[in-house]
Ligand binder design. Structure first.
Ligand code: CTP
Ligand code: MG
Length: 237
């Protein structure tokens, strides 16, 4: 039974403008995406790593993979306009029995949490890492612009809400089928679990830690540097 880790690194990081797109920004002297790739390189359950990225960064990713001795990286290929398209492209580049899809912008995922997701996945489940939300969450009307005041239309009970992270694990053919159906219907979502659910599949949440943050805005990058410098993250294992 083979397992492929898909690293989604083809975003433009529009919420975090800078000299480099966020997944290639320097974090503790290394390009951010290298932290995530390293974790899958070190995970015994993973056989192969496919990275999808922006055309302009394909060579850079290959150079970093060679420099860091990431032997499991088999393909560095172009992603798509959306995360969904990027993952879809990656799925067509592997024959592995199972896939673990991970955001390049989540450098702090722990080996322990990857192993928990891999175990459920290898048992044939579709699953995602996640954590209970800390904030009280509201559903709002769309509003006019990004930051305009808007009406609250729903208050879901916090105890039922989980913020999902990555990796998200699936039998490859199940996820590929879900992507094909979504593409045919024009369904656009922000994670792979939603595609499997839309295709009628059952998805589980595997409880993970709060440290597996996604670097999205400038504050997250500052916090990431702080974590690196204060023992909140251990290099390698
Ligand atoms: N991603 C991708 N292909 C895209 C868009 C996103 O592979 N076309 C990846 C990003 O590189 C990131 C992950 O999906 O590792 C999560 O997406 P997000 O945090 O939204 O990153 P961006 O889309 O780059 O950021 P933004 O939405 O702020 O533009
Ligand atoms: Mg995005």
């Amino acid at each position: 039974m083979s397992v492929c880790a898909v690293i989604a690194a083809a975003g433009k990081g529009e919420r975090l403008p800078g000299a480099h797109v966020k997944q290639f920004a320097r974090l503790g002297g290394r390009p951010m995406f290298a932290y995530a790739v390293e974790k899958f390189e070190l995970c015994a359950a993973v056989d192969e790593i496919v990275i999808v990225t922006l055309e302009d960064y394909i060579e850079f990713c290959q150079e970093v993979a060679a420099r860091e001795n990431f032997r499991k990286v088999t393909r560095v290929a172009p992603g798509g306009r959306t995360r969904q398209e990027s993952v879809y492209r990656a799925l067509e580049l592997t024959d592995a029995d199972f896939v673990l899809v991970h955001d390049a912008a989540r450098p702090f995922v722990s080996l322990e949490d990857i192993a928990k997701v891999a175990a459920e996945t290898l048992a044939g489940k579709c699953c995602t890492l996640g954590a209970p939300v800390k904030d009280t969450v509201k559903i709002c009307e769309p509003g006019e612009a990004g930051n305009s005041v808007r009406k609250i239309v729903g208050s879901p009970p916090r105890e039922l809400l989980w913020a999902v992270q990555t990796p998200q694990g699936f039998p490859r053919t199940v996820l590929l089928d879900a992507h094909r159906r979504a593409a045919a219907r024009g369904l656009a979502v922000t994670d792979d679990c939603a595609l499997v659910a839309a295709a009628g599949g059952q998805v589980l949440v595997v409880p993970g830690g709060y440290g597996n943050i996604k670097i999205t805005t400038a504050e997250d990058l500052l916090f990431a540097e702080y974590l690196l410098g204060n023992g909140g993250y251990t290099h390698g294992r």
